[in-house]
Ligand binder design. Structure first.
Ligand code: KDO
Length: 326
């Protein structure tokens, strides 16, 4: 962790906005994500962010991790090789351990709670640290949705014990893998872009993602069931180069901020609507969709987190503050 941080801090100072090339006198804002172009976060950014900055900047999204591999985007921004990404608390936690608080299962209650937490006073020092030490500005919080367990085997899952021995793909960071084991499964690290094939060939038994992702990336074609665990009300942050931000005029900064907020609002609305519709869609595709014993999962997962090494890095009293937000 320290080594990465040191490299990142050094690169921020050393990069001369190399990435912010100008196209037709416009700043180029390259965004890299493993998400598809049809994912609601991608669509919302194209519809709301791109136009909001179009007077002075050209928004250039890159999807399916074709520009940077999943999990390497923050470092790319820090080094001045990228201007923007859709990052996760799990990725931030690899550099700033306190962000692991937002990776804990059954913490955020819903999309609205996420936004209130992101805008709360206690988030300010955390955002500031990311800006100052990594050169990344977290503009807005994007709703990814309720993650559920999506399996290929037909075995009925009621409690965490039923997931024993299940090879559950998780994204490749420590915080994600911990969540997989807290659920009772055997976590297997794998990049998002590899998941479909791994399910198809049986290299993994399952994966976890919100329903809109299961539809968008067609995981329903290669799985038999969705266990509605709702184990993580998942979020992403719109991450922006602090160096580029500092080079903008106040009006341009306002446009960037407003565009990010508008994209986050639009994406959140659409994702919530999709989540409502998609249980029926999955059943039409022949998948079993059912709720397990949620209390059994919640108790098991929360206990695992509170007893974990991660909890030692959480700011004092923050869990209570998060829970106290109405
Ligand atoms: C995934 O790899 O399962 C995940 O859902 C993790 C998220 O944090 C996010 O990176 C997302 O993938 C990508 O944006 C692809 O949808």
């Amino acid at each position: 962790r320290r080594a990465l941080l040191a490299t990142a801090a050094f690169s921020v100072a050393g990069s001369m906005l190399a990435g912010a090339a100008m196209a037709q006198d416009k700043i180029v804002i390259r965004m890299s994500t493993p998400a598809t172009a049809t994912d609601q976060r991608s669509v919302a950014l194209e519809e709301a962010f791109g136009p909001a900055v179009s007077e002075f900047a050209e928004y250039q999204p890159n999807y399916n991790a074709t520009m940077f591999k999943q999990g390497t985007e923050l470092e790319a921004i820090a080094r001045g090789n990228l201007e923007m990404s859709i990052t996760s608390a799990q990725e931030l936690a690899t550099i700033f351990p306190e962000f692991s608080i937002f990776t804990a299962g059954y913490l955020h209650r819903d999309a609205e709670h996420q936004v209130k937490v992101f805008n709360a006073d206690f988030m300010e020092p955390m955002k500031k640290k990311v800006e100052e030490e990594l050169g990344v500005k977290l503009l807005s919080v994007v709703y990814l949705g309720r993650r559920h367990v999506n399996l290929k085997p037909e075995k009925k899952i009621s409690t965490p014990a039923d997931l024993a021995g299940i090879q559950l793909r998780m994204p490749g960071t420590e915080a994600w893998l911990f969540l997989g084991s807290a659920l009772g499964a055997d976590p297997v690290p794998l990049a998002f872009t590899e998941v479909y094939t791994a399910l198809q060939t049986g290299a993994i038994d399952g994966q976890d993602n919100p329903l809109p992702t299961v539809k968008d990336s067609k995981f329903y074609e290669v799985t038999s069931q969705i266990v509605l665990t709702s184990h993580l009300v998942d979020l992403n942050y719109i991450a922006f180069s602090k160096e580029l931000w500092d080079s903008l005029t106040p009006e341009q900064q306002e446009a960037v901020q407003k565009g990010a907020d508008a994209a986050a609002d639009l994406g959140r609305q659409r994702q919530l609507e999709l989540e409502e519709e998609l249980v029926a869609f999955m059943r039409e595709q022949g998948l079993e969709v059912y709720e397990p014993d949620i209390e059994a999962f919640r108790t098991h997962v929360q206990k695992a987190y509170l007893e974990s090494e991660f909890a030692k890095d959480w700011p004092e009293g923050m869990i209570d503050k998060i829970n106290a937000i109405e």
